[in-house]
Design a protein around this ligand. Structure first.
Ligand code: DC
Length: 230
């Protein structure tokens, strides 16, 4: 039976997680938030006092047990860190650790493994992986590749609304500045920088709501799901 692989890449704060989760739920796909994997390693890296030597990074990448539950909870070596990895501090740390080659190699291997396991598991009709380099590096053979975009201001406004609900003292300018900095780091790093794969479909979400974006994604996905069930 065919297994549909969807790559959903794009910059920080564009709403990839909401889109990928709903796309997965509606179409019986495995959902993998690869950003959570980087955040998990960033959180542990910080605890280890941020080593930068290759051996330590390799060990961190290869010896850390990351579990992504279907309900969104994240576990690092058995410890639940779902809330701890969503802070602005860990966002910045994740952008830093994602520059390291041994970290990227280890996660690329694990991400491919998750897809392979889902393929043979018989539960899912496919998998959707959200990240920065899924269509370009991790799964260049993906059936359906999307690159979602929105202006920095639109993304910062969304992030601001989310954070303000938890902490009314946050400032919009700070959120926008931090987001631009992460964009800059993600786009300009030498290893697997954020960029649209040549064969990815560009979706600008600036003036669309979640349902409208999902309908665009599903229009492209539909032929693959039809082929799969015929
Ligand atoms: O999607 P996110 O904001 O949770 O990702 C956190 C960081 O991890 C982000 O700065 C970029 C990095 N990342 C990456 O380099 N490659 C991926 N496939 C996913 C995330």
């Amino acid at each position: 039976m065919a297994f549909v692989i969807v790559a959903l890449d794009g910059p920080t704060g564009v709403g990839k997680s909401t889109l990928a989760r709903q796309l997965a739920e509606r179409n019986q796909l495995l959902y993998v938030n690869t950003g959570s994997m980087f955040r998990c390693l960033a959180w542990k890296w910080n605890r280890l006092d941020k080593p930068e030597n290759e051996g330590a990074l390799q060990e961190l990448g290869e010896q850390t047990q990351i579990v992504l539950e279907a309900d969104g909870r994240v576990f690092c070596d058995g410890e639940e860190i779902s809330a701890a990895i969503r802070t602005e501090e860990v966002s910045a740390l994740a952008s830093q650790v994602s520059r390291f080659v041994p970290i990227r190699q280890a996660l690329k291997f694990q991400q491919r493994q998750l897809v392979e396991q889902a393929k043979i598991g018989g539960v899912y009709r496919g998998a959707v992986l959200e990240g920065r380099d899924i269509g370009t590096v991790v799964l260049p053979q993906a059936d359906c590749k999307f690159f979602v975009e929105a202006s920095p201001e639109t993304r910062a406004r969304r992030r601001f609304a989310e954070l303000q609900a938890k902490d009314p003292s946050v400032r919009f300018e700070e959120i926008l500045e931090a987001l631009k900095q992460r964009d800059e780091q993600d786009r300009n790093r030498s290893e697997a920088p954020l960029r649209k794969a040549a064969d990815a479909i560009l979706v600008d979400t600036s003036n669309l709501n979640v349902e409208q974006v999902l309908s665009v994604l599903e229009q492209h996905l539909q032929p693959f799901l039809l082929t799969e069930s015929s």
